[in-house]
Design a protein around this ligand. Sequence first.
Ligand code: GDP
Length: 430
Amino acid sequence: MVKAVVGANWGDEGKGKITDMLAAKADIIVRFQGGANAGHTIVNDYGKFALHTLPSGVFYNHTTSIIGNGVALNIPILIGEIKSIVDKGVPAPKILVSDRAQIVMPYHILLDQYEEERLAGKSFGSTKSGIAPFYSDKYAKIGFQVSELFDEEILKEKVDRVCDIKNVLFEHMYHKDKIDKGELLNTLHEYRDMIAPYVCDTALYIDKALKEGKTVLLEGQLGTLKDPDHGIYPMVTSSSTLAAYGAIGAGIAPYDIKQIITVCKAYSSAVGAGAFVSEIFGDEADELRRRGGDGGEYGATTGRPRRMGWFDCVASKYGCRMQGTTDVAFTVLDVLGYLDEIPVCVGYEIDGEVTKEFPVTRLLEKAKPVLKKLPGWKCDIRGIKNYEELPAECRAYIEFIEDEIGYPITMVSNGPSRDDIIYRKSKYSK
Ligand code: GDP
């Protein structure tokens, strides 16, 4: 049985917490796309952790954590992350890395930095983790697979060939020092020794586990609106953020994915540039940012203040549809307890017409939010375990949004910890 945990929006919806929670009953947790450019924040008995590369299941003894072939693997960051959790008292996790995963090279990170410098004010808001150059090279067929680290002849030839290409850019486009081939080869030898204990054919491993009846969780990074095909191109990430890609990035059959849990936050936040229709500014935004998440809405990787907005029914309905949602996990609802009235975006006005369907970027840029105000509940809902015990206004908020998006909200998260969760039945469940 395979379940996917993915985001409906711009990322930071609380997928880490939901994955960590569901991992209690899972055997294997797989990262299938993305890299160390975004983070998950997890709060549990060991403390508070910001993970970038490790799946959010590493805190249990019974789980195996897999870095799938679809991931942009930054080897020193992965090894550093393993060390950092072990140093905090977490038992050494069982980790497997796909022999088909490709490696983020030092020059990918440099290229990201140089390109942002070159673009100056016109940048795409990259986190400078080398993700875009990494995926460009993967599809240009000059990427390095983990398995290639273990063949000296292939490695040497490839370093030589790829550096010749990269050095043209380094020298003539960015006017920087050229890559030293010998130094790069030494770095790759270090990478090989670091990663060797973890490497295997992870797709085969998962296949065997599924045949034994094990439960596999696919953990997505970012959300639908950052998908290169279905998101707000070009302000997107470089690998697909959709559950469908989980099949490719983990190496399983698409029909094995039985449950798609799409995580939706009770309000909106986004990082990086791009249209954000329900965005708010000034004091209103500052207050929500300060109260948001668990200790404020600031990037887990970059510390950048996140852009804030009201819940966007149009974007979330689309976000859920493109994921193929079977269940919505509605998160961070407790944060809204301070508001007298809570605006939600129920439509986009584009060129004088109101639509509830999420448009292409060109039209999105022109969209103005149509807001509806719902009554607030003005109290702290943390600690509540049963849906019926939530204040009536709070249930009305959830049910209004559920009707707008048309997907079943079966989980409501009312705090950052594993057990801050309320399960509910939905008329939209199939
Ligand atoms: P992810 O990338 O989707 O995992 O999201 P992030 O980890 O960036 O952001 C979610 C933040 O909200 C983290 O700080 C979580 O600890 C926190 N969080 C998750 N669920 C809840 C919730 O229901 N209530 C509150 N207050 N915080 C939550």
